[in-house]
Ligand binder design. Structure first.
Ligand SMILES: Nc1ncnc2c1ncn2[C@@H]1O[C@H](COP(=O)(O)OP(=O)(O)OP(=O)(O)O)[C@@H](O)[C@H]1O
Ligand SMILES: [Mg+2]
Length: 174
């Protein structure tokens, strides 16, 4: 059975570092939007282009598991709905979804962001205090049941299934 690893955590939590290790250990394809956004557009968001990129990457992730290769989706996935959608889509392809949540406290997070900025400036764009606070305010921490893949809810009212929800969240997915 192929595995889609889903990285979850705040900026600087260590997701991409862990994603690289998983890719190496499992011969998995690693999909990290920042590795594409920075060379293509020179910025991390670029007027909604990140959502467009992530949609195509999600399509690619599902193609990859269909081919029998493991994949690491390194998006951050702050919202429970995003995580539920990706899990449902992976399972619909017959793959298993393993969520990899990296909790990080405020002090460690700030130290890691500062260190990365100093040691690997080409890998990331400057992160402001507002960005850090925005993350803390909006991050929906996964609980034990979610991490174990138990009790995945259906999509919010108005959506037929998670595929439809995902096509709205990531416009290029469908
Ligand atoms: N377990 C760890 N212990 C110590 N330092 C770490 C650990 N994991 C990552 N780091 C360092 O912390 C910094 C941030 O890590 P990384 O880039 O992997 O975070 P990230 O979660 O991918 O962040 P972003 O969401 O901004 O992409 C890097 O300099 C990395 O080397
Ligand atoms: Mg990263």
């Amino acid at each position: 059975m192929t595995t889609l690893f889903l990285m979850v955590g705040l900026p600087g939590a260590g997701k991409t570092t862990r994603a690289r290790q998983l890719a190496e250990e499992h011969g998995a394809l690693r999909l990290t939007p920042d590795d594409w956004m920075i060379p293509l557009f020179g910025e991390a968001e670029a007027d909604g282009k990140r959502d467009v990129l992530e949609g195509r990457m999600l399509w690619l992730a599902l193609e990859t598991v269909k081919l029998g290769t493991d994949v690491v989706v390194d998006y951050g996935c702050w919202s429970r709905n995003e995580r539920s959608a990706i899990r449902w889509l992976a399972e619909a392809e017959g793959a298993r979804c393993r969520m990899v949540y990296l909790p990080v406290n405020d002090e460690t997070q700030r130290a890691r962001i500062a260190r990365r900025r100093a040691t690997a400036p080409e890998e990331t764009l400057p992160m402001t205090e507002a960005d850090i606070l925005h993350g803390r305010a909006h991050f929906e921490e996964p609980d034990a049941a979610e991490l174990e893949g138990r009790g995945t809810a259906g999509p919010p009212p108005g959506w037929a299934d998670w595929r439809e929800w995902a096509a709205n969240r990531w416009p290029s997915f469908a």
